[in-house]
Design a protein around this ligand. Sequence first.
Ligand code: ZN
Ligand code: FE
Length: 262
Amino acid sequence: MLKITALRALKDNYIWLLRNRGNRKVAIVDPGEAEPVEKALAADNLKLAAILITHHHYDHVDGIAALVANHDIPVYGPVNEPIPALTHPVKEGKRIRLDRIGAKFLVLDIPGHTAGHVGYYGHGLLLCGDTLFTAGCGKIFDGTAQQLFHSLQKIAALPDETLIYCAHEYTEENLIFASMVEPANSAIVQRLVKICQLRNKGATTIPSTLAEEKQTNPFLRCDIAEVIRATEQFADHPLNSPEEVFVTLRHWRDSPNKPIHC
Ligand code: ZN
Ligand code: FE
């Protein structure tokens, strides 16, 4: 059974540490810095055996150089992005076997936040970087909102019980925005209460399940009447497809009408 531990990094990033019971060799995902990784390895006498990268942003790759200088390990990452020390370029459909860790993943192309962003799917979970966030989704940098819409549709087609491991702690502010979009959605209110309790304890709010996201994440609900109505009200004109709703919703999320923390 693959166990995942959250290592906090930078302001609000998570570096996920993957480990099988009884095995001291581990993989990590998106090391934005090396220090939290080295500390976790030393604390539990673990050995770093692989790095997985979802996209090229500094808060996901800046720890790679120091880690590969200390550990002789492969670095998996998207073929079409500039990833430091990349040894195993991957893209859609590639199956990767991390034999030393006892893990296998299928690579999914999930562009939009960046143009070459990938995710890793396996063991009932998805490592999705900055594509799908808990109760939200990534901003558009060098990809397009249309690409991001199709990437989220691809993720939505995975089994409902899939665990969503994204790379930032944004659940609370995302849910506040979600509740602006759908004030009458009681699943959002309930989730917000639960998440505020976790945050007050200093606990992580990740992972969620895909089922939970489908009930509370407006970016996965662009075909729901209430989301369409609210987004049309923001746009002040009719929106003719879920994709148009998504693009406008993403724009709304970025607008100065920012949600505030609870
Ligand atoms: Zn990013
Ligand atoms: Fe990021």
